[in-house]
Design a protein around this ligand. Structure first.
Ligand code: NAP
Length: 289
């Protein structure tokens, strides 16, 4: 019997590499990992290349993720995040494939009393956030789609807050970290597990029609970037003097939401996805007890 094919785009990014790691536990699928060199999703020829692979599922990890640079590289961000999704939707339509896409908590940009839920209004502010919202609209035109809104993604691979903190600790004894953005980080290893749980659940074909749509996913718990930095250094046993700053003082080129905490109830109830607490996830990423 032919194995079902799962095509992964952007396989050299942090989520793509975590998907590769968890794929070893799913021998019932044939994984095809692609990166910018063999499948540049911003190019029109990507449609034909994907159709030739004829996937049953596409895990679309490729994205333009340089949030601050995007304020100046508007066209590039648009090409890689929005036009690319048009190519994927065209290819998925031809193959009747299911598209798993990733978006961002930045699309909400809403301060509210409780966790953000999927039906809350969206109000993306930065160029990056606007491209991610536009990508959701494109992907939603495909019937068989799942969009995972995620936040503060980190992994042992690639560029992220955890690796930046560890790198800075090699040369600095004091750091100033933003303390007024509240949310929960996402360990890309857990996001990869959640993605595979969704694919295997969709594959069982029970009530599949009602399961397509948008879902939040981050780790459980509530904290600021300052709290996150403190935990990283504490768990690694690195002495570091930390002081707090505000989003306004830090003044990054792209606006950041102050409230990024998302409810994970919908994804837990629909797919039975496991959502570990952020501290336990961080320990696994750092490989500490
Ligand atoms: N990182 C976060 O904090 C965060 C937060 C919320 C949502 N997300 C979303 O989560 C998803 C995964 O993000 P991530 O953190 O794994 O990103 P990442 O580490 O930046 O990886 C993205 C990968 O996509 C590749 N790529 C970009 N444009 C491409 C193209 N046209 N064709 C093929 N490959 C291309 C990049 O290659 P190059 O290195 O060659 O550019 C890179 O390997 C993205 O949709 C992102 O928007 C991320």
């Amino acid at each position: 019997m032919d194995l079902k094919i799962i095509l992964v785009t952007g396989a050299n990014g942090q989520l793509g590499r975590e998907i590769k790691d968890v794929s070893e536990r799913f021998p019932q699928y044939k994984f095809v990992f692609t990166n910018r060199n063999d499948l540049d999703v911003a190019q029109l020829d990507s449609v034909e290349k994907i159709v030739n692979i004829h996937p049953d599922y596409i895990i679309h990890c490729a994205a333009y993720t340089a949030v601050d640079k995007a304020e100046l590289e508007i066209e590039l961000a648009n090409q890689n995040n929005v036009e690319a999704c048009k190519h994927l939707v065209a290819a998925a339509t031809k193959c009747q494939a299911t598209l798993i896409h990733f978006s961002s908590d930045y699309v909400y940009h809403l301060v509210k009393k409780g966790p953000l839920i999927e039906s809350d209004p969206v109000s993306p502010q930065s160029v990056y956030a606007k491209t991610k919202r536009a990508s959701e609209e494109v992907v939603s035109t495909l019937h068989k789609h799942v969009i995972l809104r995620t936040s503060w993604v980190y992994s042992k691979y690639g560029h992220n807050f955890v690796n930046t903190m560890l790198r800075l600790a090699e040369s600095k004894k004091e750091l100033t970290i933003v303390g007024d953005q509240i949310g929960s980080p996402t360990y890309a290893g857990d996001l990869a597990n959640a993605t595979m749980k969704i694919i295997t659940a969709l594959d069982t074909r029970h009530n599949v029609e009602t399961r397509y749509g948008i879902y939040n996913y981050s780790n459980e718990g509530t904290l600021s970037w300052f709290d996150f930095a403190q935990a990283i250094f504490e768990l690694k046993g690195i002495p570091m003097v930390l002081s707090k700053t505000t989003t306004a003082e830090y003044n990054a080129p792209a606006p950041r939401p102050l409230w990024s905490l998302m409810s994970k109830n919908k994804i837990k109830q629909t797919f039975g996805v496991d959502v570990p607490h952020w501290r336990e996830a961080l320990k696994r990423c750092l490989d500490v007890e």
